[in-house]
Design a protein around this ligand. Structure first.
Ligand code: FAD
Length: 481
């Protein structure tokens, strides 16, 4: 019997699990995938937004501004990369200038700070090679590592007692007296509270709770990833002038120095197809060239896409976040619908908002043992030579480089393989260490890493999956040796 069961272990579900650790509660997370960042939380731009591009007074605006404000403290406690590098929105026409003035006024009304117009001269001094006649600067915007943020929240939740059930897809929910009975992964769970933070699956879970009628549409966003040598020349993200529902194509550095070009924004009915079409690569090239023509097609190293769940009204207008407890239909159930951008930035603020709503109905006892600190895997390649030498002396596995492009050692990979969530996939190791994220995309190290998974976990090669369930790496031997 759980006090709270959270459906969906993305950044929002994991933030809720982590924040619930502050109270004496038995918390479980049911996640259908083999890791916590396989859906939207691992398929975004990784920008810590300022909160200016959302309707005045909306929940999106309020929770984004608050999420941005607390992000520094959260990143320090949980040890994930955050750079408060600022961001610019560039324009060229009088109409765009006027729109940016409106964006500043809207942002200030939302509580966002550090917003101002800058001249072409200032812009070009900040970002060499950028195109644009003027820009709006958001000083408090930044970039973060979305994989490590989600993993860090989940690991800290586990450290404080939460239980994660990976590969547990929720298929049914019923209510018996004061208890929810949840079927997931062929097992039955009982809980007093249930939270729907299922991202793209929020509509289905809402229906299971008896809260019917939400109309959801899905926006598919494609990206190109550029080589990490380019990030050195791009100190902050460059955006175009946004509307309140679409940010436009942007050029964004990652915390590891890669550069992202994207996103496209296409409506889709299929919210689980993650392919990227050539026509979209061509479109992204053309559009990104208009903002920052400092790259060539030879700098491409990979493509990816993310899909956003958007809640719309009958006329198709995109709605604000819906976070509700409907006492008469589904008591003790928190229903989160349409948690699109800026859900990464806002995640911890959303978690606290959700818990406040729960506490209006039940006062939770504080947990004096809550420990907000989580330590990530130390990146050997970023340490000074003296520390590297000491580590190699203490543990020779630090002396063995497995991923040559990203300079990831055997010691780091072993820590990733034995991660606290029990994730046993190839990308589980990749997202935790950056191994296989370099120019060769694992061409040199992937086979060594799968062999390490085999040996460390005592499993057969056929049991190793790349990422999702069924994404097998090996199907049998080509020949006996
Ligand atoms: C292209 C793109 C760019 C973005 N850029 C930014 C950005 O720069 N900054 C920002 O702040 N935000 C950004 N966002 C938004 C942000 O990524 C999302 O708002 C956020 O990740 C949502 O988190 P989540 O936990 O709700 O969703 P998810 O990560 O999708 O988590 C939901 C989880 O629920 C699980 N699940 C679903 N159904 C079930 C079920 N039946 N049983 C069990 N588990 C289930 C899924 O497997 C998934 O892991 C972007 C989004 C996209 C798509």
């Amino acid at each position: 019997m759980f006090d709270v069961l959270i459906i969906g272990g993305g950044v929002i579900g994991s933030a809720i699990a982590r924040e619930l650790g502050r109270y004496r509660l038995k918390v479980g997370v049911l996640e259908k995938n083999t890791d916590v960042c396989y859906e939207t939380s691992g398929r975004n731009t990784g920008v810590c937004h300022g909160g200016f591009a959302y309707d005045r007074g909306s929940l999106k605006a309020k929770l984004c501004v608050e999420g941005n404000r607390i992000m520094g403290e959260v990143a320090r406690e949980l040890d994930f990369p955050l750079k408060r590098c600022g961001k610019v929105l560039v324009g060229n026409t009088q109409e765009e200038y006027d729109r940016l003035q409106e964006v500043i006024a809207q942002g200030e009304a939302n509580g966002a700070t550090g917003l101002r117009m800058i001249t072409e001269e200032e812009l070009k001094a900040m970002i060499p090679g950028v195109k644009g006649s003027f820009a709006m600067l958001s000083e408090n915007s930044g970039i973060l590592d979305p994989f490590l943020m989600t993993i860090a929240l989940a690991e800290n939740a586990v450290h404080n007692g939460a239980e994660y059930f990976l590969e547990h897809e929720v298929t049914a929910i019923s209510r018996e007296d004061d208890t929810y009975v949840v079927t997931a992964g062929g097992e039955t769970f009982r809980t007093r509270w249930v939270i729907n933070s299922a991202g793209l699956g929020c509509g289905k879970i809402s229906d299971m709770l008896g809260i019917k009628g939400y109309k959801l549409i899905y926006s598919k966003d494609d990206y190109i990833i550029l080589d990490d040598r380019l990030g050195r020349d791009l100190p902050m993200p460059i955006y175009t002038v946004p509307s309140n529902t679409y940010m436009g194509i942007h050029v964004t550095p990652t915390t590891d120095g890669n550069v992202l070009l994207g996103p496209t924004a296409e409506d889709t009915d299929n919210n689980s197809w993650y392919g990227v079409e050539q026509k979209n690569l061509d479109y992204l090239y053309e559009e990104a060239m208009k903002l920052w023509p400092n790259f060539t097609r030879g700098d491409y190293i990979r493509t990816y896409c993310g899909i956003l769940p958007k809640w719309v009204d009958d006329e198709g207008r995109i709605q604000d976040y819906k976070i509700e407890i409907l006492d008469d239909i589904a008591p003790n159930a928190v229903n989160l619908v349409g948690m699109e951008s800026p859900g990464l930035t806002a995640s911890v603020a959303i978690a606290r908002y959700v818990i406040d709503m729960m506490q209006e109905r039940e006062k939770f006892e504080e947990n004096p043992d809550f420990d907000p600190i989580r330590k990530g895997i130390e990146r050997f390649s970023r340490l000074d030579e003296e520390t590297q030498a000491r580590l190699v002396e203490e543990n020779p596995d630090y002396g063995e480089l497995i991923c040559r492009c990203q300079k990831v050692t055997k010691a780091e990979l072993l820590q990733a393989i034995h991660n606290p969530l029990g994730v046993h996939t190839v990308t589980g190791v990749k997202y935790r260490t950056r191994a296989m994220m370099g120019r060769c995309q694992g061409g040199y190290c992937q086979m060594r890493i799968t062999r390490m998974l085999e040996e460390e976990l005592g499993i057969a090669p056929e049991e190793i999956t790349y990422a999702r369930e069924g994404s097998r790496m090996f199907f049998g031997k080509v020949r006996e040796v």
